[in-house]
Write a protein that binds this ligand. Structure first.
Ligand SMILES: *[C@@H]1O[C@H](CO)[C@@H](O)[C@H](O)[C@H]1NC(C)=O
Ligand SMILES: *[C@@H]1O[C@H](CO)[C@@H](O)[C@H](O)[C@H]1NC(C)=O
Ligand SMILES: *[C@@H]1O[C@H](CO)[C@@H](O)[C@H](O)[C@H]1NC(C)=O
Ligand SMILES: *[C@@H]1O[C@H](CO)[C@@H](O)[C@H](O)[C@H]1NC(C)=O
Ligand SMILES: *[C@@H]1O[C@H](CO)[C@@H](O)[C@H](O)[C@H]1NC(C)=O
Length: 526
């Protein structure tokens, strides 16, 4: 499934001694070639078989290899390492301010959710006993058939007829080409997941010592999901060991297959106009915040009538091109205010598409909640006929951001939307941007030395989440809730969510003011 062998026909390497030695006896005409620094030299015919390129364990001679202790920086370190490594991307500038833009682009952001005096570090009087990680995939190309591809296509059609003329700040469009793929991870996305794996190893791997069997990491089957899961594993275990040190469970992500990590395939209202609620709301907002930009930029483009959707596409292109190509000329076209507007555009599309404002969100997230309860209680799931292995103390699941956000709603982390429904005509004060890239559950023994797990808390990226939206969980400065109370709350939540009605009911979405925790309001059901 994953091969790290050399591919001599596609990779150009300097012809250094190491490479010559694995090549020896096969194709001596170009081993150590004096005529070319490229491998293989142009014109050389390579007949070498893969078995001439043995892996490191077959070659041997690894030198001394004592390992260090497992790390647990979440317990031992005095401070938290922030997730802010963007190398090798170029930090974009906006039209009016320098270097502010990055904060507003949708990359992993680190926010406090109302618990400013705590951190992911394990509280002093507690001991870590389990950790659950749910992470999204890394940076990727846009969806197939997305706005940005449509914009590029339309622009290209005009350009092909020879009618397009761009000038001023849009001058670059005269020679611009759409160069993005679709759906799969970008190289930068690979580094994000690799880094996440490294980070998780450094924070939590002391827990590995209690494993008798191999841990199981799960992912859905889409290419970018599997790619993300494997890069995480390589970061976590190292490239030489990762295939031997855990089991990678790949669950089928397709219509007709139950899968808590891609639940929209089992939920009709996750794929129709109810799911489109988010983009409807976001586009209404775009009509407001991008109007000045149409006037400002439209006059530099002859032969093409810029629409609001085109400008949204340009903003998305800034983010996607930066992620995929390292740099985008679209970024500096927009002001800082318009980038804030764009950030809010993303918030609206998630909040109403896959967050608390969509009536099918909780139904789609609730399967994972059942799995969490099953893992915490070590009881098998009988409802919904899913089975989960509840005997392993590290849980790692790879999923999509829209699934992560639905799970947050299903768990009733309503503090993320504490300000109520979001308006579409302005950006509210204190608005929270809740959707980010990974959710970690820390199961704790407090006080230290308690013989079993007593508490749990949840972190979204680097921020501890208040659990006060869950009935029974009291306000706590470190975000802790008693484990048994939390489990009772989750069971109540599973009862509260009407999977069949919310996913398969033929209903009109009521006034968004009534939808606050991702469910069709029970009192309006008929
Ligand atoms: C596009 O160019 C063609 C040929 O140059 C011309 O006949 C046509 O009127 C132009 N269309 C527009 C919309 O400018
Ligand atoms: C799949 O999910 C549906 C809906 O929850 C359930 O009725 C069905 O039994 C599940 N099937 C399997 C094989 O898990
Ligand atoms: C869970 O996984 C472990 C390790 O693979 C295995 O020994 C155990 O039987 C599994 N338990 C269940 C309930 O499937
Ligand atoms: C979930 O939140 C709603 C209010 O937003 C509340 O009425 C309900 O009791 C909560 N459910 C649980 C299980 O905490
Ligand atoms: C949903 O209900 C409407 C109005 O009652 C009806 O026209 C439509 O056909 C129904 N759709 C489905 C998929 O059943």
């Amino acid at each position: 499934m994953f091969s790290l062998k050399h591919q001599p026909l596609t990779i150009t390497l300097l012809n250094i001694g190491w490479f010559v030695s694995v090549q020896a006896g096969v194709a001596s005409t170009f081993a150590g070639s004096p005529t070319s620094a490229n491998f293989p030299p142009s014109g050389a015919i390579v007949s070498a078989h893969d078995s001439f390129f043995p892996g490191a364990s077959a070659v041997g001679f690894a030198g001394p290899t004592p390992t260090g202790d497992e790390a647990d920086s979440v317990v031992t370190a005095p401070a938290v390492a922030k997730m802010d490594n963007i190398f090798p991307l170029i930090k974009p500038d906006s039209a009016d301010t320098k270097s502010k833009l990055w904060d507003t682009l949708p990359v992993a952001s680190v926010k406090s959710f109302g618990l400013p005096n705590t951190s992911p570090l394990i509280p002093k009087d507690c001991e870590l006993s389990e950790v659950h990680l749910l992470h999204r995939h890394g940076a990727r190309y846009p969806s197939d058939g997305s706005l940005r591809a449509a914009f590029a296509g339309a622009l290209n059609a005009v350009a092909t007829r020879g009618n397009l003329s761009a000038s001023g700040p849009l001058n670059f469009i005269n020679t611009w080409r759409y160069r993005l793929g679709a759906e799969i991870l970008t190289p930068f996305g690979r580094s994000e997941l690799f880094n996440l794996g490294v980070g998780f190893r450094m924070k939590y791997s002391d827990l590995l010592k209690v494993f008798k069997d191999l841990p199981v990491f799960r992912t859905a089957s889409q290419a970018r999901m599997v790619d993300s899961a494997l890069h995480f594993a390589v970061g976590f275990f190292g490239v030489q060991d990762f295939q031997r040190e855990y089991h990678q469970l790949i669950t089928i992500e397709e219509e007709g297959f139950n899968n808590t990590l891609s639940p929209y395939f089992q939920c009709q209202n996750g794929g129709n106009e109810i799911a489109g609620l988010g983009s409807d709301k976001a586009l209404q907002w775009a009509d407001i915040y991008l109007r000045p930009a149409i006037a400002r930029l439209g006059r530099f483009l002859e032969g093409y009538d810029l629409q609001v959707e085109d400008l949204v596409a340009m903003q998305l292109l800034c983010a996607y091109e930066t992620n995929a190509l390292g740099y985008s000329a679209f970024c500096h076209l927009f002001t800082e205010e318009e980038w804030k507007g764009f950030n809010y555009f993303i918030d609206l599309s998630l909040l109403y598409g896959a967050g608390p404002g969509n009536p099918a969100s909780s139904a789609m997230g609730i399967g994972y909640v059942q799995e969490v309860v099953s893992r915490l209680t070590q009881e098998q799931i009988t409802q919904f006929k899913t089975t989960v292995n509840g005997t392993i103390p590290i849980y790692v699941d790879a999923t999509h951001d829209i699934v992560l956000s639905r799970i947050l709603v299903a768990m009733n982390f309503t503090s993320l939307a504490a300000n109520g429904p979001l308006p579409i005509d302005h950006i509210p004060e204190n608005q929270i941007s809740p959707f980010a890239s990974n959710l970690v559950g820390q199961v704790l023994e407090c006080p230290t030395g308690a013989s079993k797990a007593t508490h749990i808390r949840w972190l979204l990226n680097d921020a501890v989440l208040p659990l006060t939206g869950i009935s029974g969980c009291k306000p706590h400065s470190n975000g802790l809730c008693e484990l048994s109370t939390f489990i009772t709350g989750m069971r109540q939540r599973i009862e509260e969510v009407d999977f069949w009605f919310d996913c398969f009911g033929n209903y009109t979405v009521p006034n968004p003011d009534y939808i606050t925790n991702g469910q069709f309001p029970p009192n309006l059901r008929n």
